[in-house]
Design a binder for this molecule. Structure first.
Ligand code: AMP
Ligand code: GLY
Length: 431
């Protein structure tokens, strides 16, 4: 069977990598892929992005199953397009993807279905937003409504910062994000304290299967300093998600969300990723929903997955996820992102990349922002590579990953030296 992975980041490289190992898969196409998938005979890259054109290509090539990586194509309705033509695709419809593409939609949804999240209010009027912030005080969180590639959230520690963020997002619309209907809008919400984790499940519209737990490192620099990024590294399992937190997250967040979407007439099929904030007492609240897998969480999660991913997606698109039990490598997987000079604000392109070692059973370098130009591998985006390893402990995984990273060179490479630090001394996690 031929499969298609839509996207070109590290997440899609890892999904394609795992799918290429599936028993019934004969060919893995990636649209558009990256320098890593292009240079590897296990994959074939396709330069089509527009949903209808991609659907027509998939029909012609008799693609048996398509999986969507990023949020952009989901919000553009690629799943609706494929389904309307009877093609098998795993991902939420455009309407269901609003859980991610509209903060106002997802906050209202959570309130309506009593799903724990930060208290909030949505605004289109700047004066009202400023007044709300003054009334609530700092710290407070200001979020743009719409997809902003991780740049639409300001955690304001002072009132001044909050007012600035409102002007930036609402008045000047400096983010240049594509807004949902009705124009620029912000959600202002209560600041939550605790430890974050990525809680990712597969849904077939009704049944849910949780993936292994994971934690992402969002800040650019060690000790969680510097600006927010799309993610500088991740590991699995995440000890903060204890058996009890896991059960609560399923019972209080994931299942009510799936039931709520079903009840609202927009059943959810695809990856559902709840960004959790877990307080000191172990109570999880939802920071946000994503309708896709996390990047870089996917890279370590795929390293640990032992089940046949194609069969899992097949069940997920048949509505029979209840028949699936996922099998995980018991070891720790850890991924270190190597980012380009200038990331996240203005990543430089065109730096030559050398020293990537060949893949082994427990170390894979997944590509993201890479391209092959004049026969050379070069940087082409913010997050360039994700060095991902398996090991018996977090400490060993760190040693192994950093030993690989040290061999790789491109000018201006930036990476954190402390990925997994929260897990080094922690014990007892769930999956
Ligand atoms: P989001 O895109 O909504 O996940 O927000 C990005 C990051 O901002 C999160 O990973 C958190 O670190 C932080 N954040 C978002 N909302 C809140 C909140 N209500 N309280 C504290 N931190 C938050
Ligand atoms: N790693 C965070 C995300 O994929 O949104």
């Amino acid at each position: 069977m031929k499969v298609l992975v839509i996207g070109g980041g590290g997440r899609e490289h890892a999904l394609a990598w795992r799918l290429a190992q599936a028993a019934r898969v004969s060919r893995v196409y990636v649209a558009p892929g990256n320098g890593g998938t292009r240079a590897d005979s296990r994959y074939e890259c396709i330069d089509i992005s527009e949903p209808a054109a991609l659907r027509a290509w998939a029909q012609k090539e008799k693609i048996a199953l398509t999986v969507v990586g990023p949020e952009g194509p989901l919000a553009a309705g690629v799943v609706d397009e494929f389904l309307a033509h009877g093609l098998r695709i795993f991902g939420p419809t455009k309407a269901a993807a609003q859980l991610e593409s509209s903060k106002a939609f997802s906050k209202a949804f959570m309130q309506r279905h009593k799903i724990p999240t930060a208290e909030y209010q949505a605004f289109t009027d700047a004066a009202a937003a400023h007044a709300y912030v003054d009334a609530k005080g700092a710290p407070i969180v200001v979020k743009a409504d719409g997809l902003a590639a991780g740049k639409g959230v300001v955690v304001a520690t002072t009132l001044e910062e909050a007012h600035e963020a409102i002007d930036f997002m609402l008045v000047d619309n400096k983010l240049g994000i594509s807004h949902n209907e009705g124009g620029a809008r912000v959600v202002i919400e209560e600041f939550l304290q605790g430890e974050e984790a990525s809680f990712i499940v597969l849904c077939d519209g009704r049944n849910v299967t949780a993936l292994a737990t994971s934690q992402d490192h969002k800040r650019l620099q060690d000790d969680d300093q510097g600006p927010n990024t799309g993610g500088m590294g991740a590991y699995s399992p995440a000890p903060v998600v204890t058996a009890e937190v896991h059960a609560r997250a399923m019972r209080e967040i994931i299942l009510p969300t799936i039931r709520g979407m079903e009840k609202d007439g927009i059943p959810f099929t695809g990856f559902l990723y709840a960004g959790l904030m877990i307080d000191a007492a172990g109570h999880p609240k939802t920071l946000e929903f994503n309708c896709r897998m996390g990047d870089p969480e996917t890279q370590p999660i795929m390293m640990r997955l032992k089940s046949d991913l194609f069969e899992v997606f097949w069940h997920a698109t048949d509505g029979t996820l209840d028949q699936v039990e996922l099998d995980w490598d018991r070891r720790v997987a850890l991924g270190v992102v190597m980012a380009a000079h200038g990331y996240p604000l203005s990543p430089r392109k065109g730096d030559r990349i050398t020293g990537i070692p060949p893949e082994t059973a427990d170390a894979v370098v997944f590509h993201a922002g890479t391209i092959i130009e004049d026969g050379e591998l070069k940087t082409s985006g913010g997050r360039v590579l994700c060095v991902t390893v398996l090991a018996d402990s977090v400490k060993q995984a760190q040693q192994r990953a950093y030993a690989v990273a040290a061999r790789i060179h491109f000018d201006g490479a930036q990476y954190r030296k402390d990925i997994g630090h929260r897990a080094v001394h922690a014990r007892g996690s769930q999956g």
